[in-house]
Ligand binder design. Sequence first.
Ligand code: PEP
Length: 252
Amino acid sequence: TRSIRPLVAGNWKMNGLKADLAIAVEVAKGYDAGLKAAVDLAICPPSTLLYPATAALIGSRIATGGQDCSVQVSGAFTGEVAAAMLADSGAAFAIVGHSERRTLHGESNATVKAKAEAAQKALLVPIVCVGETKDEREAGKALAIVKKQLRGSVPEGSTAATLVVAYEPVWAIGTGLTPTAADVAEMHEAIRAELGRLLGKAAAAGVRLLYGGSVKPSNAAELMNVAHVDGALVGGASLKPDEFLAIARACV
Ligand code: PEP
């Protein structure tokens, strides 16, 4: 039995045109009473679809989220999307520090922290992503790297109500590879402990810790039953309603 209500969040990445709102509608159809009683769901479409996706999900109790947000509030920042704009479009969450942002856009821990703070100021819950690369894992540095990312990217004063953390080993994202349940257990326990040092034990105890990286129906039960795994951040499989719902069911 879980002490924390799990969250399964779908990261659509740069996928989705208007016609793909049907994916969100299908997920809502399958979010039955049994699932609603046990698991929270969120869909993070590209920002162009955030408003219509939120509208399509009204009454479903499925939340929406952005995939990133600006560190700035407003102004001359062409191409950026402010946290308040995500909130205004209906979002409840904002993914920040996804490895694709850290790697492809050079986002530092300090930048990720500023984004998480911007999200919190707009009353969004940031889903702060952390995770080691393959080289770092092989060098035995995974725990140290992730703890450093947490120290650098988690806003002070965050609580269970204002923060979600996603552990996403970079080498597991979109590759079909996953860590062993024992490795996930070790990491999630370490993340809980580090959050305890940063936020205080009471606050840290309730923060949802998601696992992400090649989660699919066939491995979801094993991963979701690891101690301190409070749900999943799902990329590829979140575009397939049956798979996304099967992953949610694995958390029940
Ligand atoms: C992700 O991008 O957050 C992710 C976990 O992707 P995938 O599930 O496709 O590995």
